[in-house]
Write a protein that binds this ligand. Structure first.
Ligand code: ADP
Ligand code: MG
Length: 599
């Protein structure tokens, strides 16, 4: 053994380093600062909370939270910055009785470890004339003293992550960070309609809620009064749990569950179990991939809720989880059953009837005029099924002439179509090929869009611009995406605080039959999952390809199938769709022989 080995290699980290490491868990981004400080204000019994964000062109410069809560004594104001200093619990058993949002005593210490914090506070109703000011920078107390300040507390956080450059570099664009702040605040506002929240960025008012006993007022403030008219109240009281709030009429359905907002004991949480239970309650009223909107507040016996699962406390563990979930889905089901859920539209004056012809594989739609004297006459025959497919095929039939010599696919002859989804074809070498028509067309479209030079977006103006309402969170994300969208042919214009006008869309998307499509495309884009996986242009192009391609379930004529197969032969990679799924399966004669045990 060498002599150095006698010197101990292990040492205990100094407190500043420990605090910085701990801060990494609690303070992930500016939105975490807002969350922790607003939660402290709520715990202090504030009735009104103001949040001010100041930004430069590129980043968030500082965050200030002002509340009219209990305030702190001079001694507490200092102690508050010590790790694990809290007024909210004293013993481990208290964890089972938690009603406050905080209890770990970590937030202030953590935030102050990675920024410069100026805290001003004065006790409420204590008759003090002055308050206390404490300045902490990088975990070190710089200044303490008396100061004039209103009752309550204000916390100013500057230079966030100044001493953790890696974390600072990791921050996304200013608008993405602001979007996170909106997202956090929307949840908190909904969980606390009794508090008035005001959010300003660079002194511009962004979000204001009034103190109200009704959560409906808060919902209207955040999501618009349009949403409110499609909400159905839900109330349930059980011995161990109370549920109150609103669920949406099935017509308000969305493509993801992001608007199922759940608060447990006034803590906004993410709970896949409860979200799943709400969705389950809708049963067959919603297709598998659609989700309702819901704002539900659960009051559950604190003994049954374990909030000490994660430092950010957004996850909770529930005992009797199954029981809670089935009570939830039962309640949703019962409420929906009691409603008249038939869409309230005027009787139609025309009806469309589709007929598909087995021999030719065409779908013919006929329009009947019901206002004409009986017997109702056919007023028009529309070849919708084939016409739409034809238009989609024409969009990608740009390449003409001979297939490149290095084509990866042989000549194929269509045998038929299966279930409006798969095309069966035979190669000249006698192989059987099963082709996913949507995936194949998606691939063709994708390669064509990507091959076009940027800045030649081929967009078409909409005759009537489509109006998109977004939440403030989505607005902030979308704002960042506008230039990239324009590059690909989407012309969106901001129109008021949380509204966009869609003026033009890429030509390949054809007519905008249905404005929900564009709404869903934007939701696809802003959902964060995808932000992480691939770059923005790639994401936009994938969405265009997916939406512009012939859908699964579309009956195509043999001629259309043949055209599609011809087009895929031009593709650089004909074998997978842009998401990596296979476009076709090939069975050689010998494969088939083996399967039939002929060989
Ligand atoms: P926790 O909230 O988990 O107790 P924090 O570090 O967030 O831990 O806060 C430490 C303590 O400082 C709190 O327990 C509370 O007593 C006090 N405190 C923090 N913010 C405020 C505020 N806005 N008003 C009154 N007291 C506060
Ligand atoms: Mg706290």
């Amino acid at each position: 053994m060498k002599s150095e080995n006698t010197v101990s290699a292990i040492h205990i980290l100094d407190q500043a380093t420990v605090n910085q490491i701990a801060a990494g868990e609690v303070v992930e981004r500016p939105a975490s600062v807002v969350k922790e400080l607003v939660e402290n204000a709520i715990d202090a019994g504030a009735r009104s909370i103001r949040i001010d964000i100041t930004t430069s062109a590129k980043e968030i410069l500082n965050i200030r939270i002002i509340d009219d809560g209990s305030g702190m004594s001079p001694a507490d104001a200092l102690l508050a910055f010590t790790p694990h200093a809290t007024s909210k619990i004293t013993r481990i058993e208290d964890l089972h009785r938690i009603r406050t949002l905080g209890f770990r005593g970590e937030a202030l210490a953590s935030i102050a470890a990675v920024s410069r914090v100026t805290l001003k506070t004065r006790l409420r109703n204590a008759g003090e004339v002055t308050g206390t000011q404490v300045i902490v920078e990088g975990g070190k107390i710089q200044e303490t003293g008396e100061t004039g300040t209103p009752e309550g507390t204000s916390v100013l956080v500057e230079d966030l992550f100044f001493n953790t450059p890696a974390r600072k570099k990791f921050q996304k664009s200013k608008n993405t960070e602001i979007a996170h702040i909106h997202g956090i605040l929307e949840g908190i506002c909904l969980a606390h309609p009794e508090i008035s929240f005001r959010l300003y960025t660079n002194k511009n008012e962004q979000l204001v809620t009034d103190r109200s006993p009704r959560i409906l007022d808060t919902i209207a403030r955040i999501y618009g009064s349009d949403v409110v008219k499609d909400l159905i109240p839900l109330n349930l009281a059980l011995p161990y749990m109370k549920i109150s709030g609103y669920i949406s009429h099935p017509s308000l359905a969305r493509k993801d569950a992001t608007r199922i907002m759940i608060a447990i004991n006034q803590r906004y949480v993410s709970s896949t179990i409860i979200v799943g239970a709400v969705k389950e309650g809708y049963g067959t009223l919603l297709p598998k991939e659609r989700f309702p909107v819901a704002f539900l507040s659960l009051e559950i016996d604190t003994e049954m809720v374990d909030v000490n699962v994660h430092p950010a406390k957004k996850l909770v563990r529930l005992s009797r989880e199954q029981e809670i979930a089935s009570a939830m889905s039962g309640a949703v089901k019962a409420v929906l059953l009691s409603q008249d859920l038939i869409p309230d539209v005027a009787a139609p004056s025309q009806i469309y009837i589709e007929e598909s012809c087995r021999e030719t594989g065409t779908v013919t739609a006929m329009r009947y005029d019901l206002t004409a004297p009986a017997p109702h006459g056919i007023c028009e025959t529309l070849h919708t099924g084939t016409a739409m497919t034809d238009r989609q095929l024409r969009q990608t039939e740009l390449q003409t002439g001979t297939v490149p010599v290095d084509a990866k696919l042989p000549v194929m002859e269509v045998i038929g179509q299966l279930g409006g989804i798969y095309i069966l074809a035979a190669t000249d070498a006698g192989e059987l090929v099963l082709i996913d028509q949507h995936a194949v067309h998606e691939r063709i479209l994708y390669e064509q869009v990507i091959a076009r030079t940027e800045g030649d977006p081929r967009s078409q103006e909409l005759i009537v611009p489509c109006i998109l309402h977004r939440t403030l969170q989505e607005t902030a994300i979308l704002r960042d995406l506008l230039p990239a969208l324009a590059q690909e042919g989407f012309v969106l214009e901001e129109f008021g605080r949380d509204t966009f006008l869609v003026r033009a869309i890429p030509v390949v998307l054809g007519k905008l039959e249905d404005t929900t499509m564009i709404d869903e495309m934007v939701s696809d884009l802003v959902s964060e999952e995808q932000i992480r996986s691939v770059n923005t242009r790639e994401r936009i192009i994938r969405i265009i390809a997916c939406r512009g391609a012939i859908k699964a379930g579309t009956v195509c004529t043999r001629e259309q199938c043949q055209r599609l197969i011809q087009q895929i032969r031009f593709a650089k990679n004909p074998f997978t769709c842009p998401h990596g799924r296979p476009t076709m399966l090939r069975f050689s004669r010998s494969d088939l022989d083996v399967m039939f045990r002929r060989s």
